[in-house]
Design a binder for this molecule. Structure first.
Ligand code: WTA
Length: 665
C-alpha cells in the first residue's frame, strides 16, 4: 500500500529540487519575539524537553491552567495502543470553554466572531451574543429530539450559523459531522448515512464565487436517495431563493430560534466523549469518519492556537479555511474561541468579480494574524502584486500556511508582498486525524527556512523512518511517524476500528519497541532537525490543499455507464499543487469523444464535488497491469507528468500498453 518515496519525489520534482537548495534562514524579528508567548528558541527547547521527558505532567499542567473542568481527571493518559484516553474521567464541555467562561470577564462584549459575507454584508457577534444564540439553538436541537450522543449533520455555507450550530451540538453533547458545502448530494448522503445523522442543519443556499450554491436542493436529493436516519432538517435563510420545505421534516432556523429559550446549561461531558466526526479521504474508495473526543481536542487546539498564532486579546485573527474542513473546526471555531480571541469568518473566496477580496478584508478589519493555504498564495502570485499593494496590509503581524507543502518561491512572495518582510511565517503541518498542528515554527522562537514546517510542537515526538521503522540518515526521505500519543489524536474511524488499526498503526512496525502513528506523508529531516514534508505516500492526492483519494475518484468514474476501467493519478500543477489525471477505458459500445470527456468530468463533480473535477481525462485502450491484474499507477504517474517511463517494465503483462499511452498522452 505504500507508494514508493522515489515516486513521490518525482511527482513533486520541482518543488523538492528547489527545497533541497534552500539555505535561507529567517530569525524571528526581535520586537515580535519580545512580546510573544514563547519568546526564544531556548524557551521552546525547554518546553520541548519538559514535554518529552514527562508528557503527562506537561499536559496536565496546561489542562489545569488553560481549561475549565467540571471535574478533574484521575489519570492523564491511558495508552493501550492504538487506544488513547486523555484526562480519564475528567468532565468538561467544549462550548462552556469557548463561551461561558469568557462571560464573567471583560470579554463578554468582545467580538467573538466578525463575519463578512460574499456580497459585502457583515455581522459581529460578541461573546455574550454568541453564547445566547448557541444556547437558543441548543434548545432548538433538544426540542427536535436530539439527545446526548446523537449525530447531527451540518451542511452549511460560511455563515455564523455554522459555528453556532457546531457549538450548540457540543453544548448538548451531540457529535456533529460537518460536510463541506461544496460536496455533492451523493457525497453528502454517504456521509450522513455512515454517521447515521438524526438531524441536518443547512441553508437555502450560500454565495460562492458570485453564484448561489443550492444547498437545500442537495440535501433534498440526499434524503430522497437514502440517509433514512435523518428525521428533521433545519434551514438557515441565507440567499432567499425558493426552496421546498417538506411539512413535518423541514423547519426554518429563524422560526425555531426566535421562540427558543436562551438558557441552556452545558452538558457535563466526559473527556473521552466523542466531540465530532469529520470525513476525510483515504486510500480506499470510502471516506473515513475521523472521530475526535472532547478533553484532549479542546486542550490541544487551545494550546496550539495560543502559541503558534501567538494570540493577543487585541488581535483580529483570520483563518481563510471553510468550516467544512478540519482547519475550520480547529482554527476558526474551537481553538480561537477557547482562547477568547476574535475570529474572523469570511464567506467569500477570491473570484473574478473581486480577485483581491482577501486584501479588502484585511484592510477593512485590520487583520493581525492571517492563516491561509499555499494554493491561494500561488494564485495571488500569478495575479501580481498590484492587488495586495493597493490595500493597507500594515496591520498584519503574523502569517501562516497549511494544507500542502509550500514551495520556497511562494513562501518568499508571501513574506515580501503580504508580510512586508516583517511578519514571521508559520508553515504548519498537520492532518484531519491529528486534530491540531503538529510540526510548525513558534513565531517568536523558531528561525524559519522557506519550505520547511520546521520542528514539532512541544509534546509531539515526530520522526522519519524507513518502511521497517528504522531511522533514516539526515536528509534522506522516509515515512513521517509520530512516536507518542498526543491529546488531539483521532480516537478511531467511526464504526470501523479495524480500518483505524490498519491505516494508521499497521503500516510501520514498532519503532524502539513501540507502535507508531503512520501519517501517510513522506518527509526528510535536515541537520538541524527541521522537517521538510514531501507529500503523500499513499494513493491520496492533494489538490489545492484538498485531500482526494484515487480510489474514490475511480469509483466515481466507473459508475458511469460508458466506463469499463479507470485509474487516477496526480500530476504537478502550478497553482493547485497537484491536479487530477484520469486514464479511462470504455466499454465496447462506446467510443472516445470530446463530449464524453466533458460528460465524465461532470459526472465526477456530481458524484463527489467540484473540487474533484479531473483536469485531464485520457481515453486508453488498455491500462498497464501486473499478472495478478493490478493496475500499475507508478507508470501512469510518469505518463501523466509527460516524463520518460523509468522502472522495471517487466512487471507489466503487456509493456507495449505503456508506449501507446505515452504516445496518446
Ligand atoms: C498535507 C489539513 C506539507 C499533508 C490540515 C497531510 C501539508 C495532508 C501541510 C492533511 C504542510 C498539510 N506542509 N503538507 N504544512 N499541511 N499537509 O487532513 O499531506 O485535509 O497529510 O488536513 O495535507 O490534509 P487534511
Amino acid at each position: 500500500m505504500l507508494r514508493s518515496i522515489v515516486m513521490v519525489a518525482s511527482s513533486e520534482k520541482n518543488n523538492i529540487e528547489s527545497v533541497l537548495q534552500e539555505k535561507r534562514v529567517f530569525n524571528p524579528p526581535a520586537d515580535f519575539a519580545t512580546n510573544a508567548h514563547i519568546k526564544s528558541l531556548q524557551q521552546y527547547e525547554e518546553l520541548y524537553e519538559k514535554a518529552k521527558n514527562d508528557p503527562e505532567t506537561f499536559w496536565a499542567e496546561l489542562a489545569e491552567q488553560e481549561l475549565y473542568w467540571f471535574e478533574k481527571w484521575d489519570q492523564v493518559l491511558d495508552w493501550n495502543p492504538p487506544t488513547a484516553k486523555w484526562f480519564v474521567n475528567g468532565k468538561l464541555n467544549m462550548s462552556y470553554n469557548c463561551l461561558d467562561r469568557h462571560l464573567t470577564t471583560w470579554r463578554r462584549n468582545k467580538a467573538a466572531i466578525i463575519w463578512e459575507g460574499e456580497p459585502g454584508d457583515s455581522r459581529t457577534l460578541t461573546y455574550g451574543e454568541l453564547h445566547r444564540e448557541v444556547c437558543q439553538f441548543a434548545n432548538v436541537l433538544k426540542d427536535m429530539g436530539v439527545q446526548k450522543g446523537d449525530r447531527v449533520g451540518i451542511y452549511m455555507p460560511m455563515v455564523p450559523e455554522a459555528a453556532i450550530a457546531m457549538l450548540a451540538c457540543t453544548r448538548i453533547g451531540a457529535p456533529h459531522s460537518v460536510v463541506f458545502g461544496g460536496f455533492s448530494a451523493e457525497a453528502l448522503r454517504d456521509r450522513l448515512e455512515d454517521a447515521e445523522a438524526k438531524v441536518v442543519i443547512t441553508a437555502d443556499g450560500g454565495f460562492r464565487k458570485d453564484k448561489i450554491v443550492p444547498l437545500k436542493i442537495e440535501v433534498d436529493q440526499a434524503l430522497e436517495n437514502g440517509a433514512s436516519s435523518v428525521e428533521k432538517v433545519i434551514v438557515v435563510q441565507r440567499t432567499k431563493q425558493d426552496v421546498t420545505m417538506r411539512e413535518g421534516r423541514d423547519y426554518w432556523w429563524h422560526d425555531l430560534q426566535k421562540d427558543a429559550s436562551p438558557k441552556c446549561d452545558a452538558e457535563v461531558m466526559d473527556s473521552e466523549d466523542p466531540l465530532f466526526i469529520l470525513y476525510t479521504s483515504g486510500s480506499t474508495g470510502k471516506p473515513k469518519g475521523v472521530v475526535h473526543t472532547t478533553g484532549g481536542y479542546n486542550l490541544y487546539t487551545h494550546m496550539t492556537t495560543k502559541w503558534i498564532f501567538d494570540l493577543k486579546d487585541t488581535d483580529v485573527y483570520w483563518c481563510t479555511a471553510d468550516v467544512g474542513w478540519i482547519t475550520g473546526h480547529s482554527y476558526i471555531v474551537y481553538g480561537p474561541l477557547s482562547n477568547g480571541a476574535t475570529s474572523l469568518m469570511y464567506e467569500g473566496v477570491p473570484r473574478p468579480s473581486n480577485p483581491g477580496c482577501f486584501w479588502d478584508v484585511v484592510e477593512k478589519y485590520g487583520v493581525n494574524v492571517f492563516y491561509t493555504a499555499p494554493t491561494a498564495i500561488r494564485a495571488f502570485m500569478k495575479m501580481g502584486e498590484e492587488l495586495p499593494n493597493a490595500r493597507d496590509l500594515s496591520s498584519l503581524r503574523l502569517l501562516g500556511t497549511v494544507g500542502e507543502p509550500i514551495n520556497p518561491e511562494a513562501w518568499m512572495w508571501y513574506h515580501r508582498v503580504i508580510g512586508g518582510e516583517k511578519c514571521p511565517i508559520v508553515d504548519t503541518w498537520w492532518q484531519t486525524e491529528t486534530g491540531g498542528i503538529m510540526i510548525t515554527p513558534l513565531p517568536g522562537a523558531t528561525p524559519t527556512k522557506p519550505g520547511s514546517a520546521t520542528r514539532p510542537f512541544p509534546g509531539i515526538i515526530a520522526d522519519v523512518v524507513d518502511k521497517d521503522g528504522n531511522p533514516v540518515p539526515n536528509n534522506a526521505g522516509g515515512y513521517l511517524v509520530i512516536k507518542h500519543p498526543w491529546p488531539s489524536m483521532l480516537r478511531t474511524v467511526y464504526n470501523n476500528p479495524e480500518r483505524f488499526q490498519k491505516t494508521y498503526w499497521d503500516p510501520i512496525p514498532e519503532v524502539e519497541g513501540k507502535p507508531v502513528y503512520f501519517a501517510g506523508d513522506s518527509a526528510r529531516k535536515d541537520e538541524n532537525g527541521y522537517f521538510w514534508i514531501m507529500g503523500r505516500t499513499d494513493d491520496v492526492m492533494n489538490v489545492s490543499g484538498h485531500r482526494l483519494g484515487s480510489m474514490e475518484l475511480e469509483s466515481a468514474l466507473v459508475s458511469h455507464p460508458a466506463v469499463a476501467e479507470a485509474s487516477v493519478v496526480g500530476v504537478p500543477h502550478e497553482i493547485k499543487g497537484e491536479d487530477i489525471y484520469a486514464f479511462v477505458t470504455l466499454k465496447d459500445n462506446y467510443s472516445p469523444s470530446d463530449e464524453l470527456n466533458k460528460e465524465l468530468k461532470q459526472h465526477v463533480v456530481t458524484k463527489i464535488s467540484a473540487i474533484a473535477r479531473p483536469g485531464t481525462i485520457q481515453f486508453a485502450e488498455a491500462l498497464p497491469k501486473t499478472r495478478s491484474g493490478k493496475i500499475v499507477r507508478r507508470f501512469l504517474r510518469q505518463i501523466a507528468a509527460g516524463q520518460d517511463i523509468v522502472g522495471d517494465k517487466s512487471t507489466v503483462v503487456d509493456p507495449s500498453v505503456l508506449d501507446q499511452l505515452r504516445e496518446k498522452g
